[in-house]
Design a protein around this ligand. Structure first.
Ligand SMILES: Cc1cc2nc3c(=O)[nH]c(=O)nc-3n(C[C@H](O)[C@H](O)[C@H](O)COP(=O)(O)O)c2cc1C
Length: 173
């Protein structure tokens, strides 16, 4: 059930070496691509990264926040074509959220690192740092990266979330 999948999902940063089979991954990417899309534009595309050298590059972006990416079995960079949809950040974010839950439901776990609006630890624009290396065309935005695999760390079960103070009816006040 979707509610159980959401309850069980926690960010994981340390994984075993096991990779999700490529056919399974492709299927999940197909379902994730069914997220809502303005005028059915579907501008979101993916770069699957599973070579050690390339994962090391992702990790080099920020030795504080992204260091663990050097040791993940696989990661997916979420990109979107800005020419065909001005809402590319929202499109890519919705697709990423779908994908995160699909990964969890498949019995794998995931973590997320943003590129868009982020800087490297050398104060470079993180999106440019990634786009240049992975040869992502100029007219694409790079939202972030989802790493995934089988967890090799203990993660705490989610506690109940207080929600009442975040819900406003008809007006903020
Ligand atoms: C926009 C965004 C940025 C994030 N940035 C990072 C990051 O730089 N490094 C990291 O390890 N996790 C990052 N995360 C994952 C969060 O740290 C994680 O979701 C949060 O700690 C809550 O834990 P949970 O996912 O287990 O509920 C990010 C998540 C989002 C949505």
């Amino acid at each position: 059930m979707l509610k159980d999948t959401i309850l069980k999902r926690r960010t994981v940063r340390r994984f075993t070496d096991e990779k999700m089979p490529i056919e399974t991954l492709k299927e999940l990417l197909m379902y994730a691509s069914m997220a809502p899309s303005n005028a059915n534009a579907h501008p979101v595309e993916f770069i699957i990264v599973d070579e050690k050298e390339e994962l090391d590059y992702l990790a080099s972006m920020d030795k504080f926040g992204a260091k663990h990416l050097a040791n993940v079995p696989l990661a997916i960079i979420i990109i979107a074509n800005k020419d065909i949809c001005k809402y590319w950040v929202q499109e890519a974010s919705m697709t990423a959220a779908y994908l995160d839950l699909l990964i969890q439901e498949e019995g794998f776990q995931s973590g997320y690192i943003p590129f868009h609006n982020n800087t490297t630890d050398k104060r470079q624009d993180a999106e440019d740092y990634i786009k240049e290396h992975f040869k992502i065309p100029d007219n694409f935005g790079a939202l972030g990266v989802i790493s995934l695999g089988k967890k090799d760390e203990r993660v705490r079960a989610r506690k109940e979330f207080p929600i009442d103070e975040k819900i406003h009816i008809n007006s903020y006040e």
